[in-house]
Design a protein around this ligand. Structure first.
Ligand code: GLY
Length: 436
């Protein structure tokens, strides 16, 4: 792989990807579309419409782009990777068939069932009456999910029947999520710690990046509504038998089922797991890197992200992984353990605008501290205005800390966040406070 890579997207995940690419010994020329003020320091930010794949293919051909990494789910679900591959451009990211695992939750459940992978019981509905009748037969709390992609907002964990009915009506009657919410799942609520597992695969070979944990609720102690994620840490320490169980009961059967269905997959498949008392269950699949998980998983990579993505896009992941046998202290039962640094720890704390995950004001002046050796800022909802950097979204930035132990990484992240100032800055104080 030589040296021009285009990263699609402009959030925290994409800043984290660009930052990691910029550390590649191959010194690639990095383009980001649209990128954000954080990527601007490391990449050439370009304006390209993700909904116009022909324009993106043309740009890649004109600029001699060797690899495209697609960050967000929407363009993947819409088939951007297929267009690029048709144009002869290597892509890290699945085509529309594979991205349907995120774009259609009912389809994902079908795949899970066919593969025999544990997942909470569910039923799908398109009419309010039938959904509400079924709701009367379910134990509380209950999970209501819009089947289509809804930017992380289409899932509600409802403690009362009233809450569940409101969300059902929001989806089916009020069409709050448009077409994405016209079919819904009512799902049993299972309990346990969550785990994010990022499976990098070229369809044949695969490896698992360091397991991470997101903190999805807005409030400390995991209270309040779900968000896109308020912070994360990696690696999560798991018993060895759980490593093996996740591999055998989740990863292998799902990848085999994709092959059985002739669904090609070159990119990252993100499995959102719940570690229940009876074993891991898959809550959801995403067809891209998690955000904010990516911000803590990539700094632990021993290898070069550029090479990892290029090998995956070329269908040569197996050969690449041979360079990373599990070493001393690595959990050998974790496929691809040698690719991650297990003796270091990474924490990100998200700084959000007040009001998030509801409506929040943008345009507030942001003051940032300088990055340090073990701590840096990842920008997400920011914009460069005439007078300086301003907020432009709910999750504005992440403060990342990296250290030899989890507590040290937490301290690094929170210390750095102490130097961030904008009106309405809000964040959780308990990110990575508990390991279980
Ligand atoms: N952190 C949740 C997600 O990326 O969907």
């Amino acid at each position: 792989m030589s040296g021009s890579v285009l990263v699609i997207g402009g959030g925290g995940r994409e800043h984290a990807i660009v930052r990691q690419l910029a550390r590649s010994p191959q010194r690639p020329v990095i383009h980001a579309a649209p990128g954000n003020p954080g990527t601007a320091a490391l990449a050439r930010n370009v304006t390209l419409d993700p909904a116009d794949p022909a324009a993106i293919v043309r740009y890649c051909q004109d600029q001699g782009i060797d690899l495209v990494i697609v960050g967000p789910e929407e363009p993947l679900i819409a088939g951007l990777a297929d267009h690029l591959r048709h144009g002869g451009i290597p892509v890290f990211g699945p085509g529309a068939l594979g991205a349907r695992l995120e774009g259609d939750k009912e389809f994902a459940k079908e795949v899970l069932h066919a593969a025999g992978v544990p997942t909470p019981r569910y039923q799908a509905f398109s009419t309010t009456d039938s959904a509400l009748s079924h709701l009367d037969t379910m134990d509380l709390p209950v999970v209501v999910k819009a089947c289509g992609a809804a930017q992380g907002k289409g899932v509600a964990v409802c403690a009362t029947r009233e809450e569940a009915e409101t969300f059902v009506r929001d989806c089916l009657d009020e069409q709050r999520f448009g077409a994405s919410g016209l079919r819904i799942l009512l799902e049993e609520c299972v309990r346990g710690p969550e785990l994010s597992v990022l499976i990098v695969t070229d369809g044949q070979d695969y490896c698992l990046l360091a397991p991470s944990r997101d903190h999805k609720r807005i409030g400390e102690g995991d209270t309040g509504p779900n968000t896109g994620g308020m912070g994360a840490f990696a690696p999560v320490t798991l018993p060895a038998e759980l490593h093996a169980e996740i591999d055998a009961r989740v990863v292998l059967p799902v990848l085999a089922e994709l092959r059985r269905r002739d669904i090609p997959y070159r990119g990252v498949l993100y499995a959102g797991l719940m570690l229940t008392a009876t074993g891991p269950q898959v809550l959801e699949f995403n067809c891209r890197f998690g955000d904010p998980e990516t911000q803590v998983v990539l700094p632990l990579l021993r290898g070069d992200l550029l090479e990892l993505c290029a090998a995956t896009a070329a269908g040569e992941l197996g050969a690449y992984l041979e360079h990373f046998p599990a070493g001393d202290g690595d959990p050998a039962e974790w496929a691809g353990a040698g690719l991650s640094e297990w003796r270091r720890h990474c924490v990100v704390v998200v700084g959000a605008a007040d009001g998030y995950p509801g409506r929040c004001l943008s345009g507030r002046a942001i003051e940032l501290p300088n990055d340090r050796g073990g701590a840096w800022i990842i920008q997400a909802g920011t914009r460069q205005a005439e007078g300086g950097l301003v907020s432009a979204g709910g999750r504005v930035l992440g403060a990342v800390g990296l250290a030899d132990d989890l507590e040290g990484a937490r301290r690094q992240a929170y210390d750095l966040l102490g130097g961030v100032h904008f009106e309405g800055l809000t964040y959780r104080r308990d990110i990575a406070a508990r390991k279980d």
